[in-house]
Design a protein around this ligand. Structure first.
Ligand code: GTR
Length: 413
C-alpha cells in the first residue's frame, strides 16, 4: 500500500469536538465598510451582493456570463405508461456546441399522471441516469463515467450492468405516488468529475490561448451549478410543467452543488443539500473532518484556483458556509446529515443553518433557532430544515421522507 503524497502530507483529521480551536465566523449582517445590515433591502442590494462576490472570487469561481443557448433541445423518448402505467416518462436531450466542441445533457423525467404541473425534484446522479432505476427504457450517457467494478463500469463507459444499481437512492415510485415529479441528470454530462479542464463545459468559454479557467473563474462545482440552471431553463418550457415549482436536490459533492446552484438561481423554489459536508453546508472554520486542505488536495478541480490559498489557512477566509445557506433566503432550504458521516461534520452542517437564520429572520421567517444540536432522527421543518439521521453517507428513504414532507409543507401541497 502506497500513500499518495496528497494523503501523506495531510494534517491529522480531527473528529474531536473538544479539540476544535476557537474560531470567529465572518459577520453575516455587517457590510464590508462596517455598517450593520438591518433590512431586507440592505441585505438584498448590498450584503448579498458582497457575499456572492466573495464566493465567486474565492471559492467556487465565477461563471462566465456569456449566455450559451442549446443548439438543440429535443424530447427523444416519452411514454404515458411508465413505471407500470403509473407515470409519464420523458427523456430530453440538450446539446450545446461551439466549433468542434459538443456536450449532450440528457434529462430523465418522471411525472405523476393526472396531476397538472406537479412540483419537481431536480437532482444530479453520479453514474448515469440508467443507475437510478431498473426501467429498461432509460437511455445511457455517452459521457465519461468513473470506473466502478461493482457496476461493471470499466472503460469509463456506462454499461447495462449498471442499470438500477443506485435505485435505493432514487425512490422514484414513492416520489410519484406522493404527487411529485423527478428530473435527474448525469453530472458528468456537464463536466466529467476529474482534474481536467480540457473536457466538459469549461473550454467552451476559453479565450484564445487559455487551457484552464483563470484563477477566479469556475471550477467543477460552478460548472455543475451552471448545468442545473440550463436544465431548469428547459424544464420551465416543458408543456407539462407550466406552473410547476422546482426543488434542487443533491447528495455529497452534488449537495455542495445544489446549495451553490440554488443560491445563484432563484427560480429554484426549494434547495436541499444531503450530506454535503466540506464546501457544502459544513463550516470550514471548525476544521472538523474534511478540511479545506484535504479537499483542495484530493479534488482541486471542484473549486477555483484562488481557493487553494485557504488550505490550512481557514482563518483567512472572509466567508463561511452559513453565508452560502443565507444566500438562499427567503426560500426554504433543507440540510440533511448522517450520524456516522463524521467526514462531512454533521454538527458543522447544522451550525451553518443556525448561523444563517438571522437573514431568514429579516424576512420574518424562522430558521434554526436553537444552538443545541438536535436529537438523531428528529427533523426540523422551519424555513431552514434539518435532520441528522442514523447511518452512513448515503441517500435513504428517511431522507426522502423528510424532503417530501418539507416540500409539501412549504408549498402547501
Ligand atoms: C468524498 C469527498 C466529500 C464528498 C464525497 C462524495 O470523497 O471527500 O467531500 O463530496 O466524496 O461526493 O461522495
Amino acid at each position: 500500500f502506497v500513500w499518495s503524497l496528497s494523503v501523506y502530507s495531510q494534517p491529522k483529521v480531527n473528529y474531536d469536538e473538544k479539540a476544535i480551536k476557537p474560531y470567529v465566523l465572518p459577520e453575516l449582517l455587517v457590510l464590508s465598510n462596517g455598517q450593520e445590515v438591518k433590512s431586507v433591502e440592505e441585505w438584498e442590494h448590498k450584503r448579498r451582493e458582497e457575499i456572492f462576490d466573495l464566493f465567486k472570487s474565492e471559492v467556487y469561481g465565477r461563471i462566465p456570463d456569456l449566455d450559451l443557448k442549446p443548439t438543440s433541445e429535443e424530447i427523444i423518448e416519452q411514454s404515458d405508461m411508465a413505471l407500470n402505467n403509473s407515470a409519464i416518462r420523458e427523456q430530453i436531450s440538450m446539446v450545446f456546441s461551439s466549433g468542434e466542441r459538443e456536450i449532450t445533457i440528457n434529462i430523465l423525467v418522471y411525472l405523476p399522471k393526472n396531476i397538472e404541473s406537479p412540483p419537481v425534484f431536480v437532482g444530479y446522479n453520479f453514474y448515469g441516469n440508467q443507475t437510478t432505476t431498473t426501467d429498461q427504457h432509460v437511455i445511457f450517457t455517452d459521457s465519461w463515467v468513473r470506473n466502478n467494478t461493482d457496476y461493471g463500469i470499466v472503460e469509463n463507459r456506462a454499461t447495462e450492468e449498471s442499470r438500477g444499481k443506485r435505485n435505493s437512492r432514487w425512490p422514484i415510485q414513492k416520489i410519484i405516488d406522493e404527487g411529485f415529479g423527478i428530473a435527474t441528470i448525469y453530472y458528468g454530462d456537464v463536466d466529467p468529475d476529474k482534474n481536467d479542464f480540457s473536457d466538459g463545459i469549461h473550454p467552451f468559454f476559453y479565450e484564445e490561448g487559455m487551457s484552464k479557467p483563470k484563477t477566479d473563474e469556475w471550477g467543477s462545482i460552478s460548472a455543475w451549478a451552471w448545468g442545473y440552471s440550463k436544465v431548469l431553463d428547459y424544464l420551465k418550457t416543458d408543456r407539462l410543467l407550466t406552473d410547476s415549482k422546482f426543488i434542487v436536490f443533491g447528495h455529497s459533492r452534488l449537495g455542495k452543488t445544489s446549495l451553490w446552484a440554488g443560491a445563484l438561481d432563484t427560480r429554484f423554489d426549494i434547495v436541499i443539500s444531503n450530506d454535503s459536508g466540506s464546501g457544502g453546508a459544513a463550516l470550514f472554520k471548525r476544521k472538523f473532518g474534511e478540511t479545506a486542505a484535504i479537499i483542495n488536495a484530493n479534488f482541486p478541480h471542484w473549486f477555483n484556483a484562488n481557493f487553494k490559498k485557504y488550505s490550512n489557512n481557514e482563518d483567512a477566509l472572509s466567508i463561511d458556509q452559513h453565508m452560502l445557506v443565507a444566500l438562499v433566503a427567503p426560500r426554504p432550504v433543507y440540510i440533511a446529515s448522517a450520524e456516522e458521516d463524521k467526514w462531512a461534520d454533521p454538527k458543522g452542517e447544522y451550525l451553518s443553518g443556525y448561523h444563517a437564520s438571522p437573514v431568514y429572520n429579516l424576512y420574518g421567517k424562522k430558521g434554526l433557532p436553537e444552538l443545541e444540536f438536535p436529537e438523531t432522527n428528529e427533523s426540523i421543518h422551519n424555513s431552514i430544515g434539518y435532520h441528522v439521521r442514523t447511518g452512513k453517507h448515503d441517500v435513504t428513504d428517511y431522507d426522502w421522507d423528510q424532503f417530501i414532507k418539507f416540500a409539501k409543507k412549504h408549498f402547501n401541497y
